[in-house]
Design a binder for this molecule. Structure first.
Ligand code: TXA
Ligand code: MG
Length: 317
């Protein structure tokens, strides 16, 4: 059921069941963060390994201390500047957050989403929502109710319909290393906007064995179709004569021997491109192509986040 009725959705959540919720980043698969039953259903539906922890969504800053403690001053500063918004903070967890949510880690990931229907829903609940992106583990994140429905259909009792996600890329995850902020996952909030260009992106985390943040796994966010990433789309097209080729372009260009073309932003706007990236990949993946050739984005702002996601989309088929 796709609905915009938050009261119906709240009832389902009170019964420890799972629903899909819109956020400004991507759709989430949400359940009561304090209910092991609900959280277990999320992992099962997504086919997600239990070593991969979930983000807890709260309704306002007043609720932060219900799930986290020993919060550094800089975390409050960031929360005040960017919440509600696409920023997730890794903080020391309180014992009432089930270990299943945090995969046994000492930290909990928390954010306030910037989406009016979901904030209305959270306002009706007396518990926070644990929610990973609403896609099967490893596949492209959903940025519309229809994407979620295509993935899960009736396996999810309700999808709260907030339309297309405004940002279209997952939240930026920041943790604290001896009090200094560290970016754990590039996301919709760019380092430039954060004003923390100097924070190191923790490359140590890309080990697929025991990933600190499995969004850092090398293959993730991936279409089923074999995908290439390049600065020069037309020369890669030339390497595959006779193939059914689809292209993903930042701005438009005329190309021969292409059966499907997705242009992310005619005017070259990175925000617009970010908003459309996953929808374009979903569309390309539906075209029974032999391959997708994606154009690398300018490596600034959310262009870096998009290149990070595309890089993971191509890793080893
Ligand atoms: O924008 C978003 O963040 C969306 C919406 C629904 O809020 N959620 C999302 O969740 O992208 P998910 O589960 O697809 O990605 C969350 C990432 C995972 O890579 C997970 O490993 C990491 O956050 N994470 C969660 N808790 C963590 C923790 N305690 N320590 C390190 N990483 C954590
Ligand atoms: Mg995800």
């Amino acid at each position: 059921m796709i609905t915009d009725n938050t009261a119906i959705v709240a009832d389902i959540l009170r019964k420890e069941d799972v629903v899909a919720i819109p956020t400004e980043t991507v759709y989430g698969l949400a359940g009561n963060a304090y209910s092991e039953t609900a959280v277990r259903k999320i992992f099962e539906l997504k086919n997600r390994p239990t070593y991969n922890p979930l983000i807890v969504h709260i309704k306002s800053l007043d609720f932060l201390e219900q799930v986290a403690c020993d919060i550094p001053a800089i975390a409050y500063e960031l929360a005040e500047r960017f919440w509600p918004g696409p920023l997730t903070l890794l903080l020391k967890k309180k014992p009432n957050v089930p270990d299943l949510v945090t995969a046994g880690k000492a930290t909990v990931a928390v954010r306030i989403p910037d989406q009016s229907l979901t904030l209305e829903l959270l306002g009706q609940l007396d518990f926070p929502l644990a929610a990973p992106s609403a896609n099967p583990f490893g596949s492209i994140s959903p940025t519309s109710a229809q994407h979620v429905n295509d993935y899960f259909g009736d396996k999810v009792p309700a999808i709260l319909n907030g339309g297309d996600c405004l940002k279209g890329l997952e939240s930026t995850i920041i943790g604290f290393d001896n009090g200094s902020p560290v970016i754990y996952r590039l996301g919709a909030l760019s380092p430039e906007e954060l004003g923390y260009e100097a924070i190191r992106v923790n490359d140590k985390l890309s080990s697929p064995l025991a990933p600190e943040a499995p969004g850092m796994l090398s293959r993730h966010y991936a279409p089923r179709t074999k995908t290439y990433l390049t600065n020069d789309v037309s020369s890669v097209i030339g390497m595959f004569p006779g193939k059914r080729i689809g292209v993903l372009l930042f701005t438009d260009q005329s190309l021969d021997n292409v059966v499907h073309k997705q242009v992310l932003s005619v005017k070259g706007d990175l925000q617009e491109a970010g908003k459309k990236l996953y929808a374009a990949l979903h569309e390309l993946d539906k075209q029974s192509l032999d391959l997708i050739i994606a154009e690398r984005l300018p490596d600034v702002g959310v262009g870096r986040t998009m290149n990070d996601r595309l890089q993971r989309a191509i890793a080893e088929h």
